[in-house]
Write a protein that binds this ligand. Structure first.
Ligand SMILES: [Zn+2]
Length: 533
């Protein structure tokens, strides 16, 4: 169900794409648009047709193959040039011909920007806004007007800033969007300005906030509380500099804290998945500490808390994580007691509560392993293997390693694509003895290749596993013992990802352990039947 009462307007593909290092292809944009539509946003800003071939192509393709259920597409662009006729301006024509039902025009509302950047008169700027809005309206498009640098403009010359709002509305714009373009405002300022503009002009107002004061979401909330009914933002807070207001956080605040349903019913429960899916496309991993959708957003560590969490999770969480499609996670750490381990086990599908002795044994084992340098906070997959071993009596095993060896050489004269390391892995699986040599651009890479090639012969599923992250830490054990190396490996099968841990006297030993766990866990997760060794 779409109503026009409140606009949730996404600008990930236009303003969000201004983020340093973020590049979206036309296909990326089509994928992102579908995700945003699933989230139930009302408007998706697709880009600036006419300003570059990619954005023009996006609108052409979108018109043909993008089917949206909830959202309407918006084309972004500027008002006509000074002294030109709107209907004849080629950039205005590109907006008209984009096929988008909505056009969002960016307009100057700060007098100094008009004079210094636009190099025209204040009167001509008003005419540019008026003519362009009126022309596009007469062509049947809805028009929203983004008032660039509005807050600074208002503080410098309130009367002129208000005149621009009136010019846009009188020409037929639906919304005047007040933009904190340089992101320098604080919530109390936004609140005052929005309230005054609303009272002085009666215009429907929107908010477009940047995060330079760390207040993008807070400023957006302040604007809505002061009467704005159109909210702009980007998924995962993407954007130039410190980013735009995070759209999911803003929307979750509106729905869950302010009791204002702005998405289709139930859509918010998909928010975490969608935020992460978009991050896969942008290739910008979302922050683990991102409000609502972050991996750590509902992660609890201390043992003391954990026992209370078992009684009532609401005591330690501001919302039920399921409301935004996230999960509570318990971090198994040496600070944690039996309660955490029992709950973590339950989360992973193991009933540890029924056997106090076993629970004590697992807890002791985790503690002693942590002493050796292991960490299970992030390495859920290794923890699950440990639990499975305790519950099932033996460590899950799909192959039996006989030996492994790795050689690394340095040859500066060699071309970059010549492997510098070679690993030999010998193992038994499904009654076969497999001896495989793998090459790689480093010892760990060579080991990964050799182990993978060997196991793949018996378990073809392994071909889908890819190592996506590799983290090494040297731990100083102190007091007479040598330092040990801890390696965390993240592996994906293209759908899910899991983290395993290894500890050893050096990086190769530690990596080997984490690699074996990674393949073992992946096969177990895929429900692969174990072939007899
Ligand atoms: Zn912006």
């Amino acid at each position: 169900m779409i109503t026009d009462d409140f606009h949730v307007y996404d600008t990930t593909m236009r303003d969000g794409a201004q983020q340093e290092g973020l590049n979206l292809s036309v296909q990326d944009k089509l994928h992102i648009a579908r995700h945003l539509d699933d989230l139930g946003v009302g408007f998706i800003e697709g880009g600036w047709p006419g300003s570059n071939p990619k954005d023009t192509e996006f609108f052409a393709l979108a018109a043909k193959e993008l089917e949206l259920t909830n959202a309407r597409l918006a084309a972004f662009g500027a008002t006509r040039r000074a002294g030109a006729v709107a209907a004849d301006d080629p950039l205005v024509a590109a907006l008209r011909e984009s096929g988008a039902p909505v056009v969002t025009l960016v307009a100057k509302s700060h007098d100094r920007h008009v004079e210094l950047a636009l190099r025209t008169t204040l009167e001509e700027n008003l005419a540019m806004v008026h003519d362009t809005v009126e022309h596009l309206r007469s062509e049947g498009q809805r028009v929203f007007v983004d008032l660039e640098h509005f807050f600074n403009g208002y503080l410098d010359n309130r009367d002129y800033a208000l005149e621009v709002v009136r010019a846009a509305m009188e020409a037929g714009a639906d919304v005047a969007v007040l933009c904190d373009t340089n992101g320098g405002m604080l919530p109390h300022q936004v609140s005052d300005v929005v309230a005054d503009v609303l009272e002085s002009t009666g215009a429907r107002l929107g908010i477009h906030a940047h995060n330079d004061t760390g207040c993008a979401v807070a400023n957006s909330m302040a604007a809505v509380l002061a009467g704005a009914t159109h909210l702009q933002g980007c998924i995962n807070g993407y954007g130039e500099r410190t980013g735009n207001a995070d759209l999911v956080t803003s929307v979750a605040n509106l729905e869950l804290k302010l009791g204002r349903p702005v998405l289709p019913e139930g859509a918010l429960a998909d928010a975490s998945r969608i935020a992460h899916a978009v991050a896969e496309i942008t290739n910008y991993p979302p922050s683990a500490r991102q409000p609502y959708t972050g991996v750590s957003s509902f992660a609890h560590k201390a043992g003391l808390h954990a026992s209370a969490i078992r009684v009532d999770p609401d005591l330690y969480q501001h919302i039920d994580p399921a409301l935004v499609g996230n999960d509570m996670r318990l971090l198994v750490s040496e600070m944690a007691g039996r309660a955490t381990i029992e709950l973590k086990g339950k989360e992973l599908g193991f009933d540890l509560a029924s056997d106090a002795e076993r629970l004590a044994r697992v807890t002791d084992r985790v503690k002693s392993m942590e002493q050796q340098g292991y960490t299970f906070e992030a390495a859920d997959a290794s923890f699950e293997l440990l639990l499975a071993e305790e519950m099932e009596g033996a460590r899950p095993a799909f192959f039996e390693v006989e030996s492994w060896r790795v050689l690394a050489e340095s040859d500066r004269g060699a071309p970059a694509d010549v492997p510098t390391a070679e690993a030999t892995v010998k193992l038994r699986a499904a009654g076969q003895r497999l001896a495989v040599i793998g090459e790689g651009n480093g010892p760990v890479n060579a080991l990964d290749h050799a182990l993978r090639q060997a196991i793949e012969q018996v378990y073809p599923d392994v071909a889908r596993f890819h190592l996506i992250d590799f983290r090494v830490r040297i731990l100083d054990q102190g007091h007479g013992t040598d330092a040990v190396t801890r390696v965390l490996i993240e592996t994906t099968d293209g759908k899910d990802a899991w983290v395993t841990v290894g500890v050893g006297a050096n990086i190769i030993e530690a990596s080997w352990e984490a690699l074996v766990d990674a393949f073992t866990y992946g096969l177990r997760r895929h429900g692969v039947a174990r072939a007899e060794a």
